[in-house]
Design a protein around this ligand. Structure first.
Ligand SMILES: [Zn+2]
Length: 206
């Protein structure tokens, strides 16, 4: 178990952090970590479900880890938002002093995930903290992972809370079966982990 005291989990949209990291965050919370979640939009640009209601869905889903939720109530992220989000994130990093940041992967193909990852990697470049990037439903087959977190104990609760994103239930990846499959890895299974969340450790600072 890799434990951290102050964790900042960052996602472009409501449900990104929950879908990819909620099991690990539950585990960290149980071990006493203080968790802050930053959501950079209320949904993708052009998505008719984008609205402040999606922020409420995140609030409900994150209730199980008692996280502070910081969000931008705007649809989508575009290149012109770069400086504004960067300033916000630098202030948030200074205030919360994370020893771990969780962020989208370099193998992610969603344009808004990519924008946000770039901003975070730049905003945190001189911060003495570990950075793990997380798997999402939009990574390429080349997605690289080197860190497996056993979430056997948390998978049922995770599914229950992820599905609090009611506006997103129409997506195939939001079915219970798909969520379970997302957390299965043959490599991890051979090491007794039925369900895992996987990450790529960009840097580990102890
Ligand atoms: Zn997203």
């Amino acid at each position: 178990m890799i434990n951290f005291k102050r964790v900042l989990a960052i996602g472009a949209h409501p449900d990104d952090v929950e879908f990819s990291c909620l099991g690990y965050l539950m585990k960290l919370k149980e071990n006493g970590s203080k968790i802050t979640v930053y959501v950079a939009s209320n949904g993708s640009a052009g998505d008719p479900t984008s609205s402040v209601d999606r922020i409420d869905e995140s609030r409900n889903a994150l209730h199980c880890i008692g996280a502070e939720l910081v969000y931008r109530n705007q649809s989508g992220i575009c290149i012109t938002d770069y400086e504004k989000i960067s300033v916000e994130l630098r202030a948030l990093i200074l205030r919360t002093k994370p020893d771990l940041i969780l962020i989208h992967s370099q193998f992610d193909t969603h344009q808004e995930h990519k924008y946000l990852r770039d901003i975070v990697m730049t905003a945190s470049r001189r911060v003495p903290c570990s950075i793990f990037s997380y798997k999402s439903v939009s990574v390429t087959v080349g997605y690289q992972e080197n860190l497996y977190i056993n979430i056997n104990k948390y998978i049922d609760k995770k599914i229950e809370y992820v599905r609090m994103h009611k506006s997103q239930r129409g997506h195939v990846y939001m079915s219970e079966e798909s969520i379970r499959l997302f957390h299965v890895s043959w490599f991890a299974k051979m090491r007794t982990n039925d369900y895992i969340e996987s990450f790529y450790a960009e840097q580990i600072i102890g």
